[in-house]
Design a protein around this ligand. Structure first.
Ligand code: NAG
Length: 207
């Protein structure tokens, strides 16, 4: 009994004394913000061949504060209607992505969105089935709200940065066109380098 109490006290003390980043699964996270739209071919390519492999296969997600902004080159006109670059279908798909992001954490959202973005139509049911994720809340979000309303906050986020085209990638909350272009083609290696620069830590499987 006394030994057990002692162990508990000791563990409690270690818990307090250890710096936050060594405790549990909490690691330092590098912020990545992706501005994209559902039907742009380069966005599809970036998400499926760069971002998702880095986050999932190389396991960078626990070290990333990842934000997806599904709005891209859309514009909100004077009537408050969102007009998307690739038409009404794209606005619909952006809104589906937004509803996913509102109702699921980033790990589940990325799975669903990376799966959906491969098709040019709504593949939510198929993707949700594949990953066994319940998306009733997502369907309800899309059914009960207007696309303009769902996308409003992403329009506001997007208005704060000026990028030429999508995908546009901000690193550590800063958008730089040159770096964004480099990240588009070589995401994982640059992520590794910037992570090391900021946190002085080499992540696994970094070249
Ligand atoms: C982008 O890549 C080029 C070629 O490797 C390099 O010269 C340039 O410095 C990079 N730009 C940024 C902002 O990292």
């Amino acid at each position: 009994m006394r030994a057990a109490v002692f162990v508990c006290l000791l563990l409690g003390w270690v818990g307090v004394a250890m710096p936050r980043r060594l405790r549990g699964a909490q690691a330092d996270r590098l912020a990545i913000t992706l501005y994209y739209e559902a039907l742009c071919p380069y966005c599809m390519k970036f998400v499926t061949s760069q971002l998702n492999p880095s986050m999932v296969r190389q396991d960078r997600l626990p070290f990333t504060d990842l934000t997806l902004i599904p709005y891209g080159n859309a514009k909100t006109n004077d009537d408050g209607n969102v007009e998307c670059q690739h038409g009404v279908m794209e606005c619909e798909l952006n809104a589906w992505h937004a509803c996913i992001l509102e109702h699921h954490d980033i790990a589940q959202s990325l799975k669903l969105i990376a799966c959906m973005i491969r098709g040019k139509k709504n593949r939510l049911d198929k993707c949700a089935d594949h990953y066994q994720i319940d998306v009733g809340d997502v369907r309800n979000c899309k059914k009960t709200r207007q696309v303009n309303d769902i996308l409003r906050k992403y329009g506001e986020e997007t208005a704060r940065v000026s990028f030429m085209g999508v995908p546009a990638i901000a690193l550590d909350h800063v958008y730089d066109a040159d770096l964004s272009g480099n990240l588009t083609d070589n995401f994982d290696a640059i992520f590794c380098a910037k992570y090391k620069e900021k946190f002085n830590k080499q992540l696994n499987n970094c070249q």
